[in-house]
Design a protein around this ligand. Structure first.
Ligand code: C2E
Ligand code: CA
Ligand code: CA
Ligand code: CA
Length: 277
């Protein structure tokens, strides 16, 4: 039911209303975090619309369940978020992503890695210290780690979240607002968040070609971001027409299947070598 439509079996609990099986899946996820072979990260490039250069890579988690096959993050991340399991899961993702970014940097291709954060991480007062501890242990410079948050994050408990966000940002980690335009966000809120980048949700980017209203939304988001001094990323860029349109609108960075799908690190490295050759 997802973009990676393959013949491989994919588990979707939406068609499985059974609470017991949800609990079982959570148990499986808890065990998967402790092992090395089920959870992995795929990486998708972000590309500058002005220069064509790769400006970073977003880490997206994948779960290969031993019985159920591929389980997508839209399924298990919300489940993990409804329990404290999201904390060890986020730590696991950060460890993998930071190790990958360190490996790129050590090979002379310092590609910043972007990690998706759940709301609950920003309500954990120890979160920033945990992230800086990881950077210290691995030796990854802070500017090579980006964190993507959704606006709802900051809305849940603005004071708490802002404290954590400021600590991360003051330490040199750059922050992105993800899925911009989808939340019940107040635009006025944006100016108080210590963010560097705004990512326009793929639903608007994809509708832009056929819907004037969506084109206006994308245009407005770009203007708003630039007026606030933020860089703008368009998600879900699937074809050349979108690239051309976004360039005309002055969008800074594009990400989507037009360039590459999210892929395992080894495939990303091959893609990068071919792309930059
Ligand atoms: P997101 O952060 O908005 O990630 C973008 C999603 O769009 C990804 O889905 C990506 O595979 C997909 N995508 C990328 N390019 C295109 C395109 O050109 N067309 C289309 N149709 N889709 C594209 P994915 O990997 O299934 O992840 C879904 C969501 O799960 C993410 O949305 C993010 O919110 C969450 N997620 C993924 N990994 C993690 C993680 O490690 N931690 C947390 N907390 N959330 C994660
Ligand atoms: Ca994201
Ligand atoms: Ca997004
Ligand atoms: Ca999303």
């Amino acid at each position: 039911a997802k973009e990676q439509g393959s013949a491989v079996q994919q588990y979707d609990p939406a068609s499985d209303g059974n609470t017991a099986s949800r609990l079982e899946l959570l148990g499986d996820l808890r065990r998967a975090i402790g092992t090395d072979d089920q959870l992995s990260l795929h990486y998708q490039p972000k590309v500058s619309l002005a220069t064509g250069r790769v400006t970073g890579a977003e880490a997206l988690i994948r779960w290969q369940h031993p019985v159920r096959g591929k389980v997508f993050p839209d399924v298990f991340i919300p489940m993990a978020e409804s329990t404290s399991l999201i904390h060890p899961l986020t730590s696991h993702v950060l460890e993998l992503a930071v190790a990958q970014a360190k490996s790129w940097a050590d090979r002379g291709t310092p590609i910043p890695v972007a990690v998706n954060l759940s709301t609950r991480c920003l309500l954990d007062p120890g979160f920033a210290a945990q992230v800086f501890g990881l950077l210290y242990r691995t030796g990854l410079p802070a500017h090579l780690l980006k964190l993507e948050i959704t606006e709802s994050v900051a809305m849940a408990d603005p004071e708490k979240a802002l404290t954590v966000l400021r600590a991360l940002h003051d330490g040199g980690i750059s922050l992105s607002i993800d899925d911009f335009g989808t939340g019940h966000s107040s635009m006025t809120y944006l100016q108080h968040l210590p963010v560097d980048e705004l990512k326009i949700d793929k639903s608007f980017v994809q509708a832009m070609a056929t819907s004037h209203g969506d084109e206006v939304l994308v245009r407005t988001a770009i203007t708003l971001a630039h007026n606030l001094g933020l860089s703008v990323v368009a998600e879900g860029v699937e074809d050349d027409a979108a690239v051309v349109a976004l360039r005309v609108l002055g969008c800074d960075v594009a990400q989507g299947y037009h360039y590459a799908r999210p892929m395992p690190a080894a495939d990303f490295d091959q893609w990068f070598a071919d792309y930059t050759a």
